[in-house]
Design a protein around this ligand. Structure first.
Ligand SMILES: C[S@@+](CC[C@H](N)C(=O)[O-])C[C@H]1O[C@@H](n2cnc3c(N)ncnc32)[C@H](O)[C@@H]1O
Length: 321
């Protein structure tokens, strides 16, 4: 049974109760600075807004699991100031363009002397400092499979140079494969693993390939891009009781791609409750906060209606069979 809980309170206070490394995905659609909703105007200065996000960022770092993901929403201009701060504690994976295909700004922008803005941004992060290349892969992705393979092969071949020689002469592969297996973000294929095991008369590599693969997958950050999303994501502007409702279908896709069933999704700024609905649809647990009592109540109502509707659809579908 999935858990879904939302509290009517300031997330800065609520988050103090969240255990270290207990959240798999954070979706942060915080107030932008002076853009749309009344909540966007509560900060007197830009610096106050940035400083508040620094506190938020530090809490996110504490509560996110090591292989967790973070999405930070923002408008095209001000997101740059947040990126500077979030980059200090997280590793930026994408700066996603959230493209509003039915943007209202298409109308009435002729007099502004700028290109019509129809996009927002989503910064996609995982844990770790902002490093690049191998250094990053090693730091954030422990690879027990690689460690095991290396230690077993070294027992037999004694040196890395001998392993390379074997890879080139017997496996007929590029010697660079050795680096990829031992250091990189990939694992040896099952076929090659079993071949080497047999070549060594089953005296080495006695662990089951599938067990090693599963251990490796469990440690990695989930990422299953089954929707073939790029870093430009089309969305539809939604109308409703809340001024900044995000597109439910997009949030469902983001959750599906970056978490596993049963994971815990956290939304510090629930608003109309889109993330909660998406978590429900994707069978993820959910936790969230909304400071505004009116939005909180309406979001609760939206959620109850949503699950009622889904259950009804399910019953109809079952009766149809
Ligand atoms: C940008 S909206 C989120 C919209 C949401 N993604 C949706 O699809 O409906 C930000 C929400 O955060 C709420 N909020 C602002 N400050 C908050 C705080 N300190 N703690 C919790 N909620 C807060 C606002 O009332 C607003 O509803």
């Amino acid at each position: 049974m999935m858990k879904s809980e939302v509290y009517n309170m300031d997330c800065m206070i609520g988050m103090k109760q969240i255990k270290d490394k207990s959240i798999n995905l954070i979706i942060c659609d915080s107030p932008y600075y002076k853009i749309c909703g009344d909540f966007d105007w509560k900060f007197k200065t830009m610096q106050e807004w940035i400083d508040w996000h620094i506190l938020l960022r530090d809490e996110f770092e504490r509560i996110l699991v090591d292989n967790g993901s973070l999405f930070v929403f923002g408008d095209d201009k001000n997101i740059a100031y947040l990126q500077v701060e979030f980059d200090k504690k997280f590793n930026l994976l994408n700066n996603i363009i959230y493209k509003k295909v039915n943007a209202l700004t298409n109308k009435g922008m002729m007099n502004f002397h700028i290109f019509t803005p129809i996009t927002e941004r989503i910064l996609f992060y995982d844990k770790g400092e902002n490093k690049t290349g191998l250094e990053m892969i090693k730091k954030i992705m422990p690879n027990p499979f690689a460690d095991y393979l290396k230690s077993e092969l070294l027992k037999y071949f004694k040196t890395i140079a001998n392993i390379r020689k074997f890879v080139v002469e017997v496996l007929k592969m590029d010697s660079a494969m050795v680096n990829r297996w031992f250091e990189g973000d990939s694992i040896i294929s099952k076929e090659k693993y079993l071949f080497i095991k047999k070549y060594l008369n089953d005296d080495y590599l006695r662990k089951e390939y599938e067990d090693l693969r599963k251990e490796y997958e469990d440690l990695r950050r989930p990422f299953n891009n089954k929707y073939k999303l790029t870093d430009v994501i089309d969305c539809k502007v939604q109308q409703g009781f809340h001024p900044t409702i995000k597109d439910l279908n997009v949030i469902i896709k983001l959750i599906h791609t970056t978490t596993k069933e049963g994971d815990l999704v956290f939304s510090p700024f629930v608003g109309s409750g889109t993330d909660r609905l998406a978590a429900y649809n994707t069978k993820r647990n959910f936790k969230g906060y909304e400071i505004d009592k009116i939005y909180f109540d309406k979001a609760e109502h939206r959620y109850q209606e949503h699950i009622k509707q889904l259950r009804l659809n399910l019953t109809f579908n079952q009766n149809d069979k």
